[in-house]
Design a protein around this ligand. Structure first.
Ligand code: PLP
Ligand code: COI
Length: 378
């Protein structure tokens, strides 16, 4: 079963495709794909669509990857009116290329747009932008291991105007970057720094939107995390757990219950939602509620909380081995893979994404030229 969309899923925009006249050579591309890292290399093409208050969405193109020319007064450079998404294209063993729950990314992009007073991109156009780009750059989707092509849709205020109001001219792009593991050490337990001096978001703010400002706010505390020898930073709000700089957080209790923060100021992660759904189907209880840092501290000390993990598209699932704060440290035992709920859920999720087991949820969506019928099961 794969993702099926309503019959109204017909994109009103046609993408005009201009092939890159000087793409990377096969040898250059092979060298990059052999060791892609994360976010370092970009494919030969990009998707672009313009929006104006008068003309709506127009001028949809797939064109050679190139620098963007912007007026220095473009509002995004001054007021940060910007949103983005992140999802991956996976190559299956038969060579076909699929992505995972892209409808959820498209809907989240619309929610982010509403919060940032940007125009909403219709879901069919969002999906078409991914398909058209991946078809132009299909050779860039790596094979094997846990590699993928990371897709980065983004939208920003392009109007040259210094008054503070929503821009009337907006650009949407999708770029793509071959990806290996997000953390340089690959899948291994990570350590987290608890930021108590800084917040990334607040009630009524933009925390639930995927907008650059949230990440800008996380950079200084992230530097603090590195200085403390940690990989990522964890934010609190009113003493409750929120999320990491670029990932959601889940705790696992001794009885198998999964507990994850519910908050109006965190990003509703699609990876987390999928993992929790898989866990519920296995019979785990799942609690989405406020979780205080004290609860984690006490639970770790009493043995009630046995695992914690970070999850997101880029990093997938990484067990947390240590939470370091100014005045305390929580150490979590590193469980062998067959005893770790985090690693077992990680395996099931990636097996679905890479087509190694059946997609019984209709989460996969075909991107490559092999078929225009996304609902055709493999
Ligand atoms: N939280 C933040 C701040 C993120 O940047 C991400 C990554 O996209 C996530 C959570 C996880 O979201 P998803 O699983 O949809 O990638
Ligand atoms: C993602 O996981 O897609 C993210 O956006 C996290 C980070 C790379 C910003």
């Amino acid at each position: 079963m794969s993702l099926s969309l309503p019959l109204t899923d017909i994109s009103p925009l046609q993408f005009a495709v201009t092939q890159n006249p000087s793409p990377k050579s096969d040898a250059e591309r092979a060298e990059i794909l052999a060791n892609p890292g994360f976010g370092l290399h970009f494919t030969d093409h990009m998707a672009q669509i313009h929006w104006s208050e008068r003309g709506g969405w127009h001028r949809a193109t797939i064109e050679p990857y190139a620098k963007i020319s912007l007026d220095p007064a473009a509002a995004v450079l001054h007021y940060g009116q910007e949103i983005f998404e992140g999802l991956k294209a996976y190559r299956h063993a038969d060579g076909s290329i699929w992505t995972f729950r892209p409808d959820q990314n498209g809907l989240r992009l619309q929610r982010s747009a509403r919060r940032l007073a940007l125009p909403e991109l219709p879901l069919p156009v969002f999906l078409d932008s991914l398909k058209n780009l991946v078809r132009a750059d299909a050779a860039w989707v790596p094979e094997g291991g846990e590699t993928s092509l990371y897709l980065r849709p983004f939208m920003f205020a392009a109007e040259a105007f210094l008054g503070v109001r929503a821009a009337r001219k907006v650009y949407y792009f999708v770029i793509a970057s071959p990806a290996g593991a997000y953390f340089t050490g690959g899948v291994q337990p990570v350590s987290i720094w608890l930021s108590t001096d800084y917040a990334r978001a607040g009630h009524g703010g933009t925390g639930a939107a995927k907008t650059g400002g949230n990440y800008a706010a996380s950079l200084l505390p992230q530097q603090e995390a590195y200085a403390q020898g940690c990989d990522q930073v964890l934010f609190l709000q009113d003493g409750n757990l929120e999320e990491l700089g670029g990932m959601n957080l889940v705790l696992v209790k001794k009885d198998g219950t999964l507990v994850t923060p519910a908050s109006d100021s965190i990003l509703e992660g699609i990876t987390r939602d999928s993992l929790l759904q898989l866990a519920e189907e296995r019979g785990h209880a799942v609690e989405r509620r406020a979780v205080s840092i004290e609860e984690w501290r006490e639970g770790a000390a009493s043995g009630e909380i046995v695992e914690a993990f970070a999850c997101g598209t880029a990093a997938v699932v990484n067990p947390i081995a240590r939470l370091k704060a100014k005045d305390f440290t929580i150490e979590l035992p590193v469980l062998p893979e067959d005893k770790s709920v985090a690693m077992s859920l990680r395996k099931e999720l990636t097996d679905i994404q890479y087509g190694r087991i059946e997609d019984t949820h209709g989460w996969l969506y075909r991107l490559d030229a092999g078929s225009d019928d996304e609902s055709s099961a493999k």
